[in-house]
Design a protein around this ligand. Structure first.
Ligand code: HEM
Length: 81
C-alpha cells in the first residue's frame, strides 16, 4: 500500500532525458532517477532504461541483484504504474 500517485506508462515514457527528467519503472513502481544519473557507477548506460522498465537491463547486468542497489532505487520512488 502506498499514498503515491498512479502514473500511466505513457506518462513515464515522456521522461527519458535529463531535460524532461529520467523516469524508470521496476516491479510496478515509478522512479524519478534524474538526480542519480550523474552518480551511477555504470555511467550513461543507465539512460538506456529511461522512460521504461529496468528489468531487462538488470537481467543483463547482475551487479544490480544486491540489497544496497534496491535501497538506492527506493529513494527515488515517485509513484506506481
Ligand atoms: C553498476 C545502480 C541502472 C549498468 C551499478 C551500481 C549501482 C547501480 C549501485 C554499483 C553496484 C556495485 O558495484 O555494488 C543502478 C540504479 C539503476 C541502474 C539505481 C536504475 C535506477 C542501470 C542500467 C544499466 C546499468 C539501466 C544498463 C543499461 C550498470 C553497469 C554497472 C552498474 C554496467 C557496473 C559498473 C562497473 O562496475 O564498472 N549500478 N543502476 N545500470 N550499472 Fe547500474
Amino acid at each position: 500500500t502506498s499514498s503515491l500517485p498512479i502514473f500511466s506508462q505513457e506518462e513515464v515514457t515522456k521522461h527519458r532525458s535529463l531535460q524532461d527528467g529520467v523516469w524508470v519503472t521496476y516491479k510496478g513502481g515509478v522512479y524519478d532517477i534524474t538526480e542519480f544519473v550523474a552518480m551511477h557507477p555504470g555511467g550513461d548506460k543507465i539512460l538506456l532504461a529511461a522512460g521504461g522498465a529496468l528489468e531487462p537491463f538488470w537481467a543483463l547486468y547482475a551487479v544490480h541483484k544486491q540489497e544496497h542497489v534496491l535501497e538506492i532505487l527506493s529513494e527515488y520512488k515517485v509513484g506506481e504504474l
